[in-house]
Every structure is written in C-alpha cells, then in structure tokens.
Design a protein around this ligand. Structure first.
Ligand code: HEM
Length: 425
C-alpha cells in the first residue's frame, strides 16, 4: 500500500503516463502537473515524477542521491530476470553497466573514452559528408512528389551515419535497427516474460555480431569508433571486457539512431502542420538551427529517464524516500512555463531556447548533441530547399505516436510535396 504521505494529489489521480491518450499528447497533463503537483508519486507507474526545469537541474547536480545506477530489469520491470541472465550466461555475455547506467567514478572512466568522439570541431569536419548523404537519400523521392518519410529518410540517415562512424557496412543497417529496437523494447516495463526472452535472443544476435567485429578490428584497425573501443585502455591499463565493450556499442548504436530518427519525424510533422513556418524557413534558412532547438524543446524525443534515490531526499518541497524510482521528465521540463514563457508556442526568437533539456542535463548530458543537431539541421535545410510546400499525405491517416513510456516516436509519416522545377532544386 502506498504511504499516504506519498499519495498522488486528488487532482491528478487517475491520470497516468500509461494512459494511451496521454501518451499521444502528454502536454495538458504536464501543464496540470506543473500547476498542481510538479513532483509527485504516480501510483499506477510506481514512479516519482519530476517535471519542473529547476527541480531536474537540482536532481542532476545531486547525482550521488539521484543515482543512474538502475537495474532496469530488477528496479523497473516486474519480470524475474534470472531466466534472461541464464540465457546470456549460456549463449553470450551478461549485460554490463556502463556510461549512462553508472555514477562517478565508474561513469567518468567511460565518459572520458567517448566524450571526444563528437566534439564541435569533429562534427564540423563531418558537415560535407552529412550534406552529401542527405542529398543521396533524397534523390529517389524528390521528383516523385510524395515519400514514406520514415522508411525512405528518417530511418536511414541516422542509421547510416552511426554505421559509418562505428566502421560497419551500411548494408547492415537493417540489423542495427532490429537490435536497437530490441534494446529499447526490452526496457519497457509493460512487456511480458515471453516477449522479454524473445528480445534477449535478438540481443544475443547483436552480441555475436559485435564480438566478431571486435576480432576483425583488432586485426585490421580503421579510423572508426569500434577500432577505437578495441584499442582503448582503462585507467588500470586493461582493455575493455567483452561485456563492457558490448554495452558501450549498444549505447552508441541505440542512442545514435533511435532519437535522431524520431526527431526527424517530429520536426517534419511540425513543418507539415505549419505552412507559414516552412515559408519563413525557406526564405531565411539561417533560422533553421533555431527551429531545430525549439522543436527539440517542444517534442523532446526522450521524454524522461530513470534515477534511483540512494537516501531520503527533499525535492520541490516533498520528501522522496530512499530507494525510490524517479523519472526526470525532460519533456515536461521543456514545457515548464517558469522557464519558457508561453511554453507551448514555437518561438524562433526565444532568448533561452538552448536551455532545453532534450539532451539531458549535467554529467550524463548527451555526447552526441552536436552530431544530432548537425544531422537535424542539415536535413531540414535540404528538405525545405529541394521539396516544394510539404504536407501530410492525403492518402494516409494522421500519424500517431507509438505507445512508449518515455520516448516520443511517430509510428509512420507519409508526406506529399510540390515538385520544384529542376533549376530551383
Ligand atoms: C536528437 C537526438 C538525441 C537526443 C534527443 C538524445 C538525448 C539524450 C539524453 C536525454 C541523454 C541523457 C541521458 C541521461 O541523463 O541519463 C543522452 C545521453 C547520451 N547520448 Fe544522446 N541523444 C541524441 C543523439 C545522440 C547521438 C547521435 C549519440 C551518439 C552517436 C548519442 C549518444 C549518447 C550517449 C553515449 C549518452 C550517454 C552519456 C552519459 O551517460 O554520460 N546521443 N542523450
């Protein structure tokens, strides 16, 4: 039974992230939480929700209290992980905790290995390559007047980029997608035990593939991330264990593809819904980076992530017990009116637009931020330049969001557009 001190306020009782209608559009719910209970316990989800920008800043600074050391399988899922662990022990490797699932000092060790991967200068050198690839992906549909924007563009761009960066063949993109989706699905607390095992079997495929590539990269190193991970040494001079290597590969693969793909879809939907915005950005492409930041604030691909309290702690005027599972809701913080006045409005002139939390905040802040914003900006610029007014396809129903407890992901997106005369494109 819930401790009455921690009960959900009456005004919000019955409302939950697990409700499909709230999943489709959570923003009224966020507004009510901001107004009535910015920090509270969601009884249905068994989670503490933190929705205010200032409270997430505070929680992120107190990382030793709001720990990232969460065993998703034991702390969040209701399924006993023993069977999955035995499967991994028998046929593959146990999943190690690295980077996003650990606190300092272990976090610092892994963070140092990867934080130099996508710095500003590195990503700047990638601009021409990204631009070229965007043009290649658009070529098959830009004169057709319509496109399956998910299958023909949003899915491929981030997958190809992460495959290139890892030093893997682009032709294996479908495999990377299959494994990425399996990791994301395996974090879903609502799946049953049979599905969980099915997903573990898919993750075993991922393990065998990446272990085989480790051997190849050791024999024939290249200028790529996998070769770097194979060559890297921990502070004690030892190479990464197989479990650590696999966990880092998984985090780079999942983080590098899913979020960018989902946000390409969200940005395109915002553009389709607002022809005047398209016109404005076409007329003044220098505004595109502002659009990217505002769209990330409004439709954050990662709506929230888990933390676990290591002791009782006060946040937003409430006491959260030790051992509580907390969701820091970046998507809600990005709509916090105390931080972003008229927070539901897309405002290209917003002075503090870049203070959004779509890439997290604090020690775990996204290492791929510069790469992701470059991909999103270059793609938007080229799409607006080479496609005439873009709208949702009249032949398809309005796209809906996949049911997901913490990701914002459209299930599909079919578009139509005017084909521009050859000379204008
Ligand atoms: C629109 C695209 C992206 C979004 C919205 C996004 C969002 C996030 C968020 C919210 C976090 C914080 C995690 C936390 O607080 O626990 C994070 C961390 C991370 N991101 Fe991204 N990300 C994106 C793209 C990328 C890309 C392209 C890469 C790499 C190629 C990447 C790699 C990572 C890694 C490795 C971490 C873990 C950092 C750590 O724990 O120290 N992300 N990302």
């Amino acid at each position: 039974m819930t401790d009455p001190r921690y009960a959900c306020p009456a005004a919000l009782r019955g409302m939950t992230m697990a409700d499909p209608a709230i999943n489709e559009c959570p923003y009224d719910y966020y507004a009510r939480m901001h107004a009535e209970a910015p920090v509270h316990f969601d009884e249905k989800m068994g989670l503490w929700l933190v929705t205010r920008h200032a409270d997430i800043v505070e929680a992120s600074h107190k990382w030793e209290v709001f720990s990232s050391r969460i065993d998703m399988r034991r702390d969040v899922s209701t399924i006993d992980p023993t069977e999955a662990d035995q499967l991994f022990l028998r046929e593959g490797w146990l999943v190690a905790d690295v980077l996003s699932q650990v606190d300092p000092p272990r976090h610092t060790t892994f963070r140092r290995m990867v934080e130099r991967l996508f710095t500003g200068p590195v990503v700047k050198r990638m601009h021409d390559y990204l631009d070229q690839h965007v043009l290649e992906l658009m070529a098959p549909f830009e004169r057709r007047g319509h496109a399956d924007f998910l299958a023909e563009f949003a899915l491929l761009l981030p997958l190809d980029v992460i495959a290139d960066q890892l030093g893997l063949p682009r032709t294996d993109g479908a495999l990377l997608r299959r494994w990425s989706d399996a990791f994301i699905a395996s974090f879903d607390p609502t799946i049953d035990a049979a599905r969980k095992l099915e997903l573990c079997r898919i993750i075993l495929e991922f393990q065998r593939y990446f272990v085989a590539w480790r051997t190849r990269k050791a024999e024939l190193p290249g200028d790529d991330l996998l070769s770097m991970l194979v060559a890297t040494r921990r502070e004690d001079g030892q190479p990464l264990s197989t479990e650590e290597y696999l966990a880092l590969c998984a985090q780079l693969m999942v983080a590098g593809s899913e979020t960018t793909r989902n946000h390409l879809l969200s940005m395109m939907l915002l553009l389709c819904d607002d022809p005047a915005l398209q016109q404005r950005l076409r007329a003044d492409p220098a505004q595109v980076p502002r659009f990217v930041e505002e769209s990330l604030r409004l439709e954050s691909p990662v709506q929230g992530l888990y933390r676990r309290t290591t002791r009782e702690v006060e946040l937003g005027g409430l006491r959260i017990p030790a051992g509580a599972i907390v969701m820091v809701m970046f998507g809600a913080a990005n709509r916090d009116p105390a931080m972003f006045p008229e927070s539901a409005r897309l405002d290209l002139g917003r002075a503090n637009a870049n203070r959004h939390m779509a890439f997290g905040y604090g020690i775990h802040g996204c290492i791929g931020r510069t790469l992701a914003t470059a991909e999103l900006g270059i793609a938007t610029r080229r799409l607006l330049e080479r496609l005439g007014p873009i709208r949702l396809s009249a032949a398809h129903p309005r796209p809906r969001h996949a049911f997901h407890f913490n990701m914002r992901a459209l299930e599909s997106l079919h578009i139509e557009f005017d084909v521009l005369p050859e000379s204008a494109a």
